[in-house]
Design a protein. Structure first.
Length: 338
């Protein structure tokens, strides 16, 4: 998002806080997503809407085994259960395949679509097709700088550049001098923006390291090799919880003194912060992203509402989680909602 619009950011933050106040955590079950679509939200919680049944598709770029998306999905399922929505979840990390999944949703004549924009250009045409069929499309998680260009009605997530800048400042406070930013998916605009944001504010030296995020043994060996060949690296910046946990193993295997910081949480990550294996994490509240994206489509259909007024994204982060507050966050992470 353009940093010349502070009032928009304030507006988005206020909207996010107001929306968050209305949430009730639900214990919906979740399993890893994949190429197959499936219905979620079957275990409805109390307070279910009596509005006509809607069908909404949530299509993400989830890679198999990435637990981050389980949290997004739980939030979406909770909103779907409350709003009397049939939720169809599907995912594929390949941008072309993700576009095909969106087309499948259009063909099913869904009432609304929520998508991630990790590679927005690949989704431009299919978004236009949805709009031509009068199907509202909202964005979440990835694409805060692109959602308006594609004509989406709303967006829910964090400004990845701002989040990266905040992490860079945190590295300065820690006295770091040389860091490596590990990118697990080349071409993902959000991941690139994170590392670019860190570089803007970090006063030390930062370089990026591309790894194959779908092959965790390869991730570990690549990071380990980097740390062995450059003993000056004093911080590894991971861009997701599984990669941070793997980075801890790499630091140990390399005999490095580097510390680990990361973006995003899961229950194992919060425990690692408690133990001191990971210094801190930037939390973008994925449960909130999934919840608000689905709830916004219900509000749009039933009351014509636009969160953020169609002009500003609804920001769900960034916020830091470290030893000072991890105990509070950990009880929610244990339930799979943070």
């Amino acid at each position: 998002m353009d940093r010349s619009y502070p009032r928009s950011r304030k507006l988005a933050s206020v909207v996010a806080v107001a929306a968050a106040a209305a949430l009730t955590l639900a214990g919906c079950s979740s399993s890893s997503g994949g190429k197959e679509s499936e219905e979620g939200g079957a275990n409805a919680s109390a307070g279910k809407a009596d509005t006509p049944r809607m069908t909404v598709a949530l299509v993400t770029h989830q890679s198999p085994g990435d637990t981050f998306w389980d949290i997004v999905r739980k939030g979406a399922e909770a909103a779907a259960a409350k709003d009397n929505i049939k939720l169809i979840y599907s995912a594929d990390p390949n941008a072309g395949s993700q576009a095909n999944l969106v087309q499948n949703a259009i063909d099913q004549k869904v009432d609304g679509i929520a998508i991630t924009l990790a590679k927005p250009d690949a989704l431009r045409d299919v978004v236009n097709k949805a709009k031509a069929q009068n199907i509202p499309v909202v964005g979440l998680n990835s694409g805060v700088s692109e959602w308006q260009k594609l004509g989406l009605t709303e967006f829910f997530g964090q400004d990845e550049t701002v989040a990266g800048e905040a992490l860079g400042k945190r590295l300065n406070e820690s006295g770091a001098k040389k860091a490596v930013c590990v990118i697990q998916e080349q071409g993902n605009i959000g991941l690139t923006q994170r590392c670019d944001g860190v570089k803007k504010t970090f006063e030390g030296s930062l370089e990026t390291l591309n790894v194959n995020g779908t092959d965790m043994p390869s991730v570990k060996s690549t990071i380990t090799a980097k740390l062995k060949t450059d003993s000056d690296i004093d911080y590894v910046v991971a861009l997701g919880a599984p990669f941070a946990l793997t980075s801890v193993q790499s630091v140990s295997e390399a005999g490095s003194k580097a510390k680990v910081a990361t973006f995003d949480l899961n229950k194992d990550l919060t425990k690692s912060i408690s133990k001191g294996d990971i210094e801190f994490a930037v939390d973008q509240q994925p449960y909130l992203q999934g919840y608000l994206a689905i709830d916004s489509l219900w509000l749009y259909k039933n009351n014509g509402n636009y969160m953020g007024g169609g002009e500003a994204p609804v920001l769900t982060g960034p916020a830091f989680v470290d030893k000072t507050n991890v105990e509070t966050i950990d009880k929610f992470a244990a339930k799979g909602t943070r």
